[in-house]
Every structure is written in C-alpha cells, then in structure tokens.
Design a protein around this ligand. Sequence first.
Ligand SMILES: Nc1ncnc2c1ncn2[C@@H]1O[C@H](COP(=O)(O)OP(=O)(O)O)[C@@H](O)[C@H]1O
Ligand SMILES: [Mg+2]
Length: 340
Amino acid sequence: MRSRLSAPGVRQRFAHDLEAMFLVAGLQERFLPHTRRLRPVEVTKTLEQTTKIEMDLRLEAAALSELGENAADDPGFRVPKVDWERTGRDVVTMEWIDGTKMSDVEGLRAAGHDLNGLADTLIQSFLRHTLRDGFFHADMHQGNLFVDPQGMIVAVDFGIVGRLGKKERRFLAEILYGFITRDYRRVADVHFEAGYVPAHHNVASFAQAIRAIGEPIHGQPAETISMAKLLTLLFEVTQLFDMETRPELVMLQKTMVVVEGVARTLNPRFNMWKASEPVVGAWIRDNLGPKRIVSDVKEGLHAALRLAEAAPEIAAKTEKFSRDLTSMAENGLPFRRTDC
Ligand SMILES: Nc1ncnc2c1ncn2[C@@H]1O[C@H](COP(=O)(O)OP(=O)(O)O)[C@@H](O)[C@H]1O
Ligand SMILES: [Mg+2]
C-alpha cells in the first residue's frame, strides 16, 4: 500500500492566491480588451479546477479509479488500484507498485524490458486515453511512470488530469489525420467548422499557413518528426488568426511534449507517426465514417516517409520557419504575401 498526505495549511494559502489571480484576470479582461482572446478568467478557472483536484485527495483517487476503468483492457498499460477504505480528503491510499522507474533507462534495460516497445505503448496509451476516453494523465513525466516486472507501464500521481470533449477529440484527430495525409484544406476547415477561428478570416489563407507548417515536417527524417512540435507550431499559427486559447488543448499539447520526450529517452529513433498510426487510424476509421479509411493514413505516412528520404534539405527550412513564426508572434507581422 502507498499513502500520500496533504501538506498542512496549503488549502487556505492557495484560496488566498487564487482570489488575487481572479481579481487581476477580471481587471485585465475589463481594461485590456485585446487580452480577452487569451481568456485570463477562463484560464484561472481551469487552474482553480485542476488545483482543487490536486488538493482534495479523494478527487485524485477518483481520477485514478476512472482512468483505471477506462484502461482496464489496454495492452501494456495500467494504474494502481485505489484503496477507498483508507482514502479521504487528506490521504489517498493505493496499491504499491514494485517496478522500475522510467527515468532509470539502464535499469529497464537490465531488467530485460523492450525499450522500443515501451516507447510505442506509452504514446499509444496516451493517445488512446485522449481520443477514446477524452480523459488523460496530464503529468506523464519519467518520475510518475513505472514498468512492472510483467512489462506493463504503470502511471502514478493523478494530481493533474485533462479532459477533452467530443468536439475537441474530433478536432485533434482531424488535425493529426490532415497532417498525415497532407490535406491542409481539411485541417483549416476543421478550425472554422469548430468555430475556433473567427469566420471573417479566409479559409484558403489559413490552409496556406498550415501547409507552411506541415510540408517542412513531412521533409524531416521520421525520427525527428515531433507531434508535440507540430501542435505547438499549429497553435502559434492559429493565434495569428485570432483563434481563442483553448486551455484543454494547451494542456494536451504540453503533456504531449512530455510524453514524446519520455518516449525518445527510451528509443532515440522513436517514430511518432508510425507509433501513433494504429491508434489515430483506428479512431478515425471508427468515428469519421467509411470514406476515410485507415489505408489513407498509411498511404499518407508512406508518402511522408518517401518524401523524407527524397528531400532532407527541407528539414533545415523548418527551423527557419519556426524562428520566423516566433518573430511573427512577437512582432505581430503578417505572413509574407505571395504577390510581393
Ligand atoms: N503506487 C505507488 N507505488 C510505489 N511508489 C509510488 C506509488 N505512487 C507514488 N510512488 C512514488 O512516490 C513518488 C511521489 O509520488 P507522487 O504521487 O508522484 O507525488 P508528487 O506529487 O510528490 O510527485 C513517485 O514519484 C513514486 O516514486
Ligand atoms: Mg510525481
């Protein structure tokens, strides 16, 4: 058994800090209208919500139990069982996990675990929870992940979890699918259909901006293609088109950066697209109708890999584009027009 206790006095201290944050966020929205798009009050509410969960350990136990139920049949992934008898507001008790920490890569190797397999399982589990359940562990760093003697990944520390509604899940899957198949118009349409980008913007120009992110990525060697980086670039571009900040998507993107990082420590040649295809492809086949069959995803992937072999020099351009983008985001410059 493993129990965790709350720090004394932390509840009052946090309530006080939060009050101050709400005050500032409210003032900001009222007197600095241009910051409204960033939705400071909404972001503070999300923080309040997630921290409430972190401070009431019954809620942490509930998150653990919910994910445990969702993942009951997941291959290679599980979470400790909650001991509800010994769990309350200030203490959570769960099954003791006797395993090797994911931070101990040498230990994992010595125990004879398949590191490449673990990397794939980790990313697939994360995507499965995100797309299938809309409920994911949002603090998936090496210290919160064990591998048990049977080779199962066991996640602990459910203080931070994220949720995605049906609409956001679909949005995410469509985006990944669009990038994999290089259908940038589709990726752009999805943003407008979801109402994330204001309708006064031009879909074709937006698709053009998204192509500028997608094409260089398709030129990279497979193992350097990062899904997290793709989402990061995408959110930067969407901001230029006045897309509202979606706190749950930002949380997802930040978690993906971490999960991908862990996968790469296990397998330096980790191919994010290949690893994610079974989960993203299955979700699309099951949820987006018969027209969008999974072989499309595979074809897109193969095309991407062929492209990667043919044009390694495109990779260099990504770095430059990323830099341009940062400067655009900072200085508010528009995209270069093609006619000048
Ligand atoms: N169920 C468990 N079995 C064994 N060790 C655990 C378990 N849960 C947590 N731990 C260990 O305790 C450490 C701290 O617990 P954690 O829940 O991650 O709290 P924190 O919020 O302090 O990171 C973890 O990194 C892990 O090493
Ligand atoms: Mg922890």
